[in-house]
Design a protein. Sequence first.
Length: 253
Amino acid sequence: MLPLPPQDPLHWLAALAINGLLIGLAQRLPLLTPAGWVHAGVLGTLLWGSLGWRGWLAVVVYLALGSAVTKLGFRRKRELGLAEGREGRRGPENVWGSALVGTVLALLTCRAPAAMQPLLLAGFAASFAAKLADTFGSEIGKRWGRHTVLITSLRPVPPGTEGAISLEGTAASLLGSVLMTLAMGALGVIRGWPLAALVGGVGLVATLAESVVGASLQRHWRWLSNEVVNGLQTLLAALLAMALVPWLSPPLG
């Protein structure tokens, strides 16, 4: 199981100082807006404080992979009007839409009984696997998807339509989920191939469910912004993973 850091004031002060220094050095990178970097510093402090450097690094890997795939074919996506705003830089709403569920689970993990910690870590891993799956599917699908259809009716729609999927985008979603799952496994957040297969599969399922929400509800309910839908997607992934973990054999420990 992931070794958790001591929950004392000195550790949390160190987490704050380390993340403040790293954010100060990283601000020049074209990944986040100025406000986004501030919120990323808060996020990083909470993750380092609760899960230690391994849990923190897992989310840094998510940010790096997500930003890299956003830049793929960016010029062409901009020409088509499909590129992310702000030259692909993420703001505070993107930071928390992607990471709020995982952060809550991280904070619960460091305070939970030892028997509950693997379950919460599985939810943590699944939430980020789902979000990277969504980012990969969206960014690759709307640039290279050859035949884009609405997931609820299979009716052809233009790339970038809410709820649209393509074979290329779905394959990219699976790749994103697998890559995030492998990173979580390499850092010791999750252990064992049965759990890795569960987390990777849940990441893809939650992404497809997010497309269903986009196609059926998001266009009708204005409060369902992309960030809210992202939060719901990561919550679904976490809950699914935690609900299915008890069925794994051998049990977690």
